[in-house]
Design a protein around this ligand. Structure first.
Ligand SMILES: CCCCCCCCCCCCC/C=C/C(=O)SCCNC(=O)CCNC(=O)[C@H](O)C(C)(C)COP(=O)(O)OP(=O)(O)OC[C@H]1O[C@@H](n2cnc3c(N)ncnc32)[C@H](O)[C@@H]1OP(=O)(O)O
Ligand SMILES: Cc1cc2nc3c(=O)[nH]c(=O)nc-3n(C[C@H](O)[C@H](O)[C@H](O)COP(=O)(O)OP(=O)(O)OC[C@H]3O[C@@H](n4cnc5c(N)ncnc54)[C@H](O)[C@@H]3O)c2cc1C
Length: 644
C-alpha cells in the first residue's frame, strides 16, 4: 500500500522553524499536562477504524448520517469511559473533556447539547438535592438531555416565550402546555430523535400570577421504548445550512404534567402550597447562556485554528503561476496577498484563544462570587460575554471563509473540511444569542457606564478608561500600547457618539425606546469598538505575560503575531482612528497621517513593515485536536501592507 509521502515543500518549510515546536504546543494546550491529556485522547481515538468513514458523509442519507453520528458518539464515549478506568489522569466526566472527545468526530454530535447545555444547567441551576438525583445519571449518559428554550415564535425575546408551566397545588405538579403553534420549542439540539429528557424554559404561573421564565427538567421520551410520552409532540426540524447531525428538533406539550420537584430550584422555588420564593436575581435563570457564550469564544478560536492550519498548509504546498518566465511556479505562500489572507487568521486564532481563557477566568471568579451571594460583577460579565461571543464567532466565521477562499477550488471540496467548519462557525454567530442582539445588550451596559463616567464615578475595569479619555486625549507614542490606547479612544468616541445620538433623538421628541432604536446602528458600532479594544489589549498583555516564561525565539514569533493583529485592525478601522483627535505631544507628534500614503512616518508603520519583511511563514503540522503551528521563519519579499 502506498505510504503517504509528505510533500517536499512542506518538509522544507518545517525544517526552517526557529523555535521549539513542543513549547508552542504546550502553550496552545495550556501547559504540558494539557498536551499530555490531548495526546492521550487522540491516541485513543485515531486508530479506531469505525471512526473513519468509508463513504463521504455527504453521500449518505439524512438518516444514515444521523445514525453514523450516533454510532461515533457512542464509540467515543465508551472509549472515554474505558480510558478513565485505565488512567485516572483524565477526568472524563468533565463536560469540557467529554465535549473535546465528542468533537473529534467530523459530524456534530447529537449529544452536543447534552454536554454543552443540559449538564451545565444541572450544575448551575439545580439544587443540591436535584443534582444528587440527576447529575450522575446525566454524566453517565443514563439520561440524555437537551436545552429547550427557543420557540418557533421567539428566540431572542425570552420574556416573550409562550410555553406555560402552571402549578397545581392539589397534585403538587406543574402542567406544561404549548398554547399556540408559535409556542412550540424549535431548534434544541438532540431533540429530533436523541434526547429523552430536556431543560424546558417556560413562563411559570402559580396562584394565577406569572413569575416569568424559569427552567424545568422534563422527561419527554420513555426510558425503555424511547417513544414520546403521552402529551408530547416531538420530531426533527429538517435540513439546515450545516449542523446536519445535531438533530435539532421541535417539541410541543399538551397539558403535560411533571412533579413540582422538577422545577430547577437553586435560585427560585415554588413551595408545595404554591407560594413563590424569588431568586436573588431573575437573571440567574439565564446563567447557562452566559456560560455557553463564554465557552463559545474558545470554541470560535479552535474552529478558526483548524481552518488556518488547512489554509497555511495548502499555501505551502500549492504552486501556481509564473511571475518570471522560465522559473518554477512559486508556492502561493510567496504571494503577499496570500499571506495577508492567512496570517491574520493565525493571529486571530491565538488572540481569541487567549481572550477566551481570560474571559473563562473572569467567569469562574463570578460563579464563585455568585455562590457567596455577590452579584456585583454580573452586569459587566454579561456585557463582556455578549460582545465577545458575538465578535469572536463573527470573526471566526468570516476568517474561516477567507481561509476557504485562499485555497481556491480545492477549498470548495467537502474533503477540505472547510464546509463543515464553516457550517459550525456560521451557526455560532446566531445561536446562544444573535450577533446584533448581543452587541445591543453590551451597548446597554456601555450607555450606563458612559453616564457614570461623565459623573466621574469609578467604573468597572473594562470601561475604567472612559473617565480619563473623557477628560483629555492621551499623549500617544508609537508603540503597541499606543495602538491599544488608540482603540480605547476610538471606543470612547463611539460610545459618546451613540449617547449623543440617543440624546439628539430624544431632544427631537422621540421617547427613549424610539431614540434607542434610531441610534441602534451607532450603539452596535460602539459595542464592536469596545470589544475590539478588549481583544487587542488582552492579546497583547497575555503575550507579554507569557513571554516572560518562554524561550526568546517563541516569544518573538508570538509578539509578531500580536503586533500583526493590532496593526491589521488599525488598518481595518483607520477611519475611526482618523476621527480621534490627537493633542500636541511633549515628546513626538503622533499623527495618523495616512496608512495609505508612503509618507506615513509613524514608527509603528515603518517598524511593522520591517517586522514583516522577516515575516514568519508557515508549514503547519496539524494535530487532530489543536492547532500546533510549526512556524518556520524565512526571508520573504517585503510584506507591504498597502502602500505604507
Ligand atoms: C463543554 C464545553 C463546550 C465548549 C463549546 C461551546 C459550545 C457548547 C455547545 C452548545 C451548542 C449551543 C446550541 C445553541 C443553543 C441555544 O441557542 S440556547 C438559546 C439561546 N438563546 C439566547 O441566547 C436568547 C438571547 N436573548 C437573551 O439573552 C435575552 O432575551 C436578552 C436579549 C438578553 C434580553 O433580555 P430581556 O429579559 O428581554 O431583558 P432586557 O430588558 O434586555 O435586559 C434586562 C436586564 O437583564 C440583564 N440580562 C439579560 N440577560 C442577562 C444574562 N444572561 N445574564 C445577566 N444579566 C442579563 C440585562 O443586561 C438587563 O440589565 P439592565 O440593563 O441592568 O436592565
Ligand atoms: C444551529 C442552531 C442551533 C440552535 N440550538 C438551540 C438549542 O439547542 N436550544 C435553543 O433553545 N435554541 C437553539 N437555537 C436557537 C437560537 O438560540 C436562536 O436562533 C437565536 O437565539 C436567535 O433567535 P431567533 O432565531 O428567534 O432570531 P430573532 O431574534 O428573530 O432575530 C432575527 C433578526 O431580528 C433581529 N432582532 C431581534 N431582536 C432584536 C432587537 N431587540 N433589536 C434589534 N434587532 C433585533 C436580529 O438581530 C436578527 O437580525 C439554535 C439555533 C441555531 C441556528
Amino acid at each position: 500500500m502506498a505510504v503517504n509521502k509528505v510533500n517536499e515543500d512542506l518538509l522544507r518549510e518545517r525544517a526552517r522553524y526557529t523555535f521549539n515546536i513542543e513549547e508552542l504546543t504546550n502553550f496552545i494546550d495550556g501547559g504540558e499536562e494539557g498536551t499530555r491529556n490531548r495526546r492521550e485522547v487522540e491516541d485513543m481515538v485515531i486508530h479506531v477504524k469505525e471512526l473513519h468513514d468509508e463513504v463521504p458523509e455527504d453521500y449518505l442519507s439524512h438518516k444514515e448520517r444521523y445514525e453514523n453520528a450516533v454510532k461515533k458518539g457512542c464509540i467515543l464515549i465508551d472509549l472515554l469511559k474505558e480510558h478513565v478506568l485505565r488512567h485516572s489522569s483524565f477526568d472524563a466526566y468533565k463536560p469540557s473533556n467529554m465535549y473535546r472527545v465528542l468533537s473529534m468526530a467530523k459530524e456534530v454530535s447529537p449529544v452536543l447539547l447534552h454536554m454543552g447545555m443540559f449538564v451545565p444547567t444541572i450544575f448551575g441551576q439545580a439544587s443540591a438535592e436535584q443534582q444528587e438525583e440527576w447529575l450522575h445519571k446525566a454524566l453517565m449518559l443514563e439520561i440524555i438531555g437537551t436545552y429547550a428554550q427557543t420557540e418557533l415564535g421567539h428566540g431572542t425575546f425570552l420574556r416573550g416565550l409562550e410555553t406555560t408551566a402552571t402549578y397545581d397545588p392539589s397534585t403538587e405538579e406543574f402542567v406544561l402546555h404549548s398554547p399556540t403553534l408559535t409556542s412550540y420549542k424549535w431548534w434544541p439540539g438532540g431533540l429530533g430523535q436523541t434526547a429523552n429528557h430536556c431543560i424546558v424554559v417556560a413562563q411559570l404561573y402559580s396562584r394565577e400570577k406569572c413569575y416569568g421564565v424559569h427552567a424545568f427538567l422534563v422527561q419527554i421520551r420513555d426510558s425503555e421504548t424511547h417513544m414520546p410520552l403521552p402529551g408530547i409532540k416531538v420530531g426533527d426540524i429538517g435540513p439546515k445550512l450545516g449542523f446536519q447531525t445535531a438533530n435539532n428538533g421541535f417539541l410541543g406539550f399538551d397539558h403535560f404534567r411533571i412533579p413540582r420537584k422538577n422545577m430547577l430550584m437553586r435560585n427560585a422555588q415554588v413551595l408545595k402550597d404554591g407560594r413563590y420564593v424569588k431568586s436573588k436575581s431573575d437573571k440567574l435563570t439565564y446563567g447557562t447562556m452566559m456560560l455557553v457564550r463564554v465557552m463559545i469564544v474558545s470554541d470560535a478560536a479552535y474552529e478558526l485554528s483548524r481552518a488556518a492550519t488547512i489554509a497555511a498548509r495548502y499555501s505551502a504546498v500549492r504552486r501556481q503561476s509564473m511571475p518570471r518566465p522560465g522559473q518554477p511556479e512559486p508556492q502561493i505562500l510567496d504571494y503577499v496577498t496570500q499571506q495577508h489572507k492567512v496570517f491574520i487568521a493565525i493571529a486571530t486564532s491565538h488572540a481569541l484563544r487567549l481572550t477566551g481563557g481570560w474571559l473563562w477566568d473572569a467567569y469562574s471568579s463570578l460563579t464563585h462570587d455568585l455562590d457567596q451571594g455577590n452579584l456585583d460583577q454580573l452586569p459587566e460579565l454579561h456585557a463582556l460575554a455578549c460582545c465577545l461571543k458575538a465578535i469572536s464567532s463573527r470573526d471566526s466565521n468570516s476568517l474561516v471563509e477567507q481561509c476557504r477562499m485562499s485555497c481556491g477550488g480545492h477549498g470548495y471540496m467537502s474533503s477540505s473540511n472547510f464546509p463543515t467548519i464553516y457550517g459550525a462557525t456560521a451557526a455560532t454567530v446566531t445561536y446562544e444569542g444573535e450577533y446584533t442582539v448581543m452587541l445591543l445588550q453590551t451597548a446597554r451596559y456601555l450607555m450606563k457606564a458612559w453616564k457614570e463616567a461623565l459623573g466621574g464615578i469609578v467604573l468597572t475595569p473594562t470601561v475604567a478608561y472612559m473617565v480619563t479619555y473623557n477628560k483629555a486625549k492621551p499623549a500617544w507614542v508609537n508603540t503597541p500600547e499606543a495602538i491599544i490606547q488608540g482603540f480605547h479612544a476610538v471606543a470612547v468616541g463611539k460610545v459618546k457618539e451613540a449617547a449623543d445620538g440617543i440624546e439628539y433623538h430624544q431632544n427631537s421628541g422621540k421617547d427613549y425606546e424610539d431614540a434607542w432604536n434610531a441610534a441602534s446602528v451607532m450603539l452596535v458600532k460602539a459595542s464592536e469598538c469596545y470589544c475590539r479594544a478588549i481583544i487587542c489589549e488582552t492579546f497583547w498583555k497575555e503575550i507579554q505575560k507569557h513571554s516572560r516564561s518562554m524561550s526568546r525565539n517563541l516569544a518573538v514569533v508570538l509578539q509578531q503575531l500580536s503586533e500583526l493583529y493590532l496593526s491589521y485592525w488599525v488598518l481595518e478601522r483607520s477611519g475611526d482612528f482618523f476621527q480621534v483627535r490627537t493633542v500636541p505631544l511633549t515628546r513626538t507628534k503622533f499623527e495618523f497621517v495616512s496608512f495609505a500614503s508612503p509618507k506615513c512616518h509613524c514608527q509603528m508603520c515603518t517598524g511593522f513593515v520591517a517586522h514583516i519583511t522577516s515575516v514568519v511563514v508557515l508549514a503547519v503540522q496539524v494535530s487532530i485536536q489543536n492547532l500546533t503551528l510549526t512556524f518556520c521563519t524565512r526571508k520573504r519579499n517585503e510584506f507591504d501592507i498597502g502602500s505604507c
